[in-house]
Design a protein around this ligand. Structure first.
Ligand code: GLV
Length: 329
């Protein structure tokens, strides 16, 4: 029997590639950068499965070019790069990699929060530029994390994992979500705030953990930033377009808020002329919140398992469109 054909859009952990290679004919895009769009379209006409990353746009045009496609396995928890309803209409499974990255992403969120509050990146630059002349009573003053109020926007798995870390810092934790979580609220001593503006006005730190949808695009804009405290710090490890970056630039430049730490930007990679790059009170990292050796290996294995199930016509263990299975009967 001929093996199914698979295209993997970047090098991932070898053990995951070996697992896929045991049952499929695999082509891997070996470059550091993603396959350009025209190249990606050329790679898919005879594939049965695609292992994609969040940098690959998987839309109707791509699906038209890949008539045999059974599964798109995205190595990410987010899947806003994929037109899922289009995939569902065509009976193509879509898989993602939740849970394995929750704690690692929460760790990194806290790393950003601490770094922005205590100006760690600025302090490092200060030292390396030879500006450390003395112990200065007013040099590089930041804000305390312990006893402060944290506002979590989006209380899914990652939001909850961030809340647990905040409790260790004796923070008061508020959360905003469409869905209330009475169990976690009681267990962790959290406060549900159903009004976003109220949460923003009360929090010393605001951290975003929501998926990017039409509804959450620019959820944090000028009005929301204006509601925040002048000492507040915004952390975003979700998706860049959740924040209106032009409004954020104005808020940071004018001192309307104290600082921001972003692992994601509206355009990725961030363009060199992005105004935020000129500010000292913003930290920008290149979308690495899940980037630990262990977690990226687990994500690759999970993406491989999803891919293999889909190639067999079975529902992937982590499937974002399970309705495809019922359609297949
Ligand atoms: C990373 O942003 C992911 O969605 O896994």
């Amino acid at each position: 029997m001929t093996k199914p054909k698979v295209f993997v859009t970047r090098k991932i952990a070898q053990e995951a590639l070996d697992t896929i290679g045991a049952i499929a004919e695999v082509e891997v895009w070996e470059d550091e950068l993603p396959p350009p769009r025209d190249m990606l379209l050329k790679k898919v006409p005879d594939i049965d499965g695609l292992l994609s990353l969040l940098t690959d746009k998987i839309d109707a045009t791509l699906m038209d070019a890949a008539p045999k496609l059974k599964i798109v396995s995205n190595m990410a928890v987010g899947y806003d790069n994929i037109d899922v309803s289009e995939a569902t209409n065509r009976g193509i499974f879509v898989g993602n990699t939740p849970e394995v990255l929750t704690e690692t992403t929460a760790d990194f969120t806290f790393a950003l929060l601490l770094a922005a509050a205590r100006r760690v990146v600025e302090a490092d630059v200060h030292t390396k530029k030879g500006k450390w002349k003395t112990w200065g009573p007013l040099v590089l003053l930041g804000h305390d994390i312990h006893n402060a109020t944290l506002g979590i926007v989006g209380f899914g798995r990652i939001g909850a994992a961030v809340a647990k870390r905040a409790i260790g810092f004796n923070m008061q934790v508020l959360y905003y979500d469409k869905v209330r979580r009475p169990d976690e609220e009681r267990e962790l001593g959290l406060e549900y705030v159903p009004d976003l503006i109220e949460l923003l006005a009360r929090a010393d730190f605001v951290t975003l953990h929501i998926a990017l949808t039409g509804e959450t695009h620019h959820l944090i804009g000028a009005a929301e930033l204006a509601a925040m405290k002048p000492t507040a710090i915004l952390v975003n490890t979700s998706r860049g377009p959740v924040v209106d970056q032009k409004a954020l630039y104005q808020a940071l430049r004018s001192g309307r808020i104290f600082a921001a730490a972003l692992d994601v930007t509206e355009i990725e990679p961030v363009p060199p002329d992005e105004p935020l790059l000129t500010l000292d009170n913003v930290i920008i990292t290149p979308h690495i919140a899940s980037a630990s050796v262990t977690t990226r290996t687990k994500m690759a294995s999970m993406a491989a398992a999803n891919l293999i199930a889909g190639l067999r016509g079975e529902m992937p263990p982590q499937c974002v469109n399970p309705e495809v299975a019922s359609r297949k009967g």
